[in-house]
Ligand binder design. Structure first.
Ligand code: KG4
Ligand code: ZN
Length: 336
């Protein structure tokens, strides 16, 4: 079976072909990061226009890469939500139009389910049930996954997502968008021990998160060193970056540990852009070793938004998830 996957929920145009025998046989990704950089964040209208420009050439490139004719596809999977409405509509319109033109079914996929299932594309795959930590620029949540389509959110951020807090803190430091990876790199040169940050919502029971206070806490520290000479300021910023990263990672760890205890699961899946964070990965590896459990990640290029996870989720839902009609509908706010 072969499924074409189209991802366009935010600022990445991702196209891939999943083959049930061979795995991913084509993977094309275009990131709009440069386009949005001068605005310090994603501009929805620009994102939609760029998807219009990029998706069809990327589909052509994917089919060529996979050496695959449209006739050999079984279905076209596309991200139906959640995400930016205009961006979603571009992907959905192209998916539905190709479905009509090629006489293939279309399958609308939940973006977060795509992230959750992405580790299944690796050689070492998690068996159900497992706990999933989804950490991206738009979401931070803990999901109890008992089987395909059986997802229960057991904790989530009540305000900013972890990636959003990384990006906003980085922006205050003057780092380029998206600042998460840059802040992580700055943290490598810092010493966070003199700048202790709080671990929000860990002093009470429950699995929810709150990261907007950490961003404000960081902002106050950053502004307080504004008058220092440049070299000193740079070092204090690196220290703040490390203390901030330690606080986010520590908070995620505390809640994962709690959630594993609550569910009794021994497998943890970590997905979404922030799962690329090296400190988070190292700390989770230590935690899971201590708990005698296992941790699973998608490879780096499938951590952030991509078409491969959508193609794979389409394969999992074929043929039951096929869209009943050819009208185009997207869900910018779609609960998991
Ligand atoms: O999953 P993703 O590509 O897009 C969303 O669906 O949001 O995640 C992007 C987020 C951004 O906030 C980015 O700053 C963050 O993931 N991110 C990181 C790292 N790499 C990406 N945050 C911290 N450390 C990293 N190494
Ligand atoms: Zn995402």
């Amino acid at each position: 079976m072969r499924i074409l996957g189209i991802e366009s929920s935010c600022d990445e145009s991702g196209i891939a072909v999943y083959d049930s025998e061979k795995g991913i046989i084509a993977h094309q990704l275009y990131s709009q990061v440069k386009l949005h950089q001068e605005y310090g964040g994603v501009v929805p209208e620009l994102a939609s226009r760029d998807h219009v420009r990029k998706i069809i050439p990327l589909i052509k490139a994917s089919l060529k890469q996979a050496n695959c004719q449209p006739e050999s596809l079984n279905a076209i999977a596309y991200t139906q939500g959640p995400g930016l409405i205009g961006a979603l509509l571009v992907g959905a319109s192209i998916a539905k139009s190709l479905a009509v033109a090629w006489n293939k079914p279309a399958i609308g996929i939940h973006h977060l389910e795509g992230h959750l299932l992405a580790p299944m594309l690796e050689d070492k795959q998690p068996e159900f049930p497992f706990l999933a930590l989804l950490v991206s620029g738009g979401h931070t949540m803990l999901v109890s996954v008992s089987g395909l389509g059986e997802y229960q959110i057991i904790g989530e951020s009540i305000d900013d997502a972890a990636g959003e807090a990384f990006d906003k803190t980085a922006k205050i430091m003057g780092l380029a968008y998206p600042g998460g990876p840059l802040l992580a790199r700055l943290a490598e040169h810092g010493d966070g021990s003199e700048q202790p940050f709080p671990r929000p919502m860990t002093d009470r029971p429950g699995l929810d998160f709150s990261f907007s206070g950490l961003k404000t806490f960081a902002a106050n520290r950053i502004y307080a060193c504004d008058d220092l000479p440049d070299a000193a300021k740079q070092q204090v910023r690196a220290n703040i970056a490390q203390a901030f990263q330690d606080a986010v990672v520590d908070t995620l760890l505390i809640k994962c540990k709690r959630a594993l205890k609550q569910t009794g699961y021994t497998r943890l899946v970590v997905a979404g852009g922030v799962s690329a964070n090296t400190h988070l990965r190292n700390q989770l590896a230590l935690l899971m070793k201590k708990l005698n459990g296992e941790v699973f990640y998608p490879r780096h290029e499938y951590c952030t938004d991509n078409g491969a996870m959508i193609a794979y989720a389409g394969y999992c839902h074929y043929p039951h998830g096929v869209d009943a009609d050819s009208s185009i509908e997207v869900y910018p706010r779609w609960p998991l």
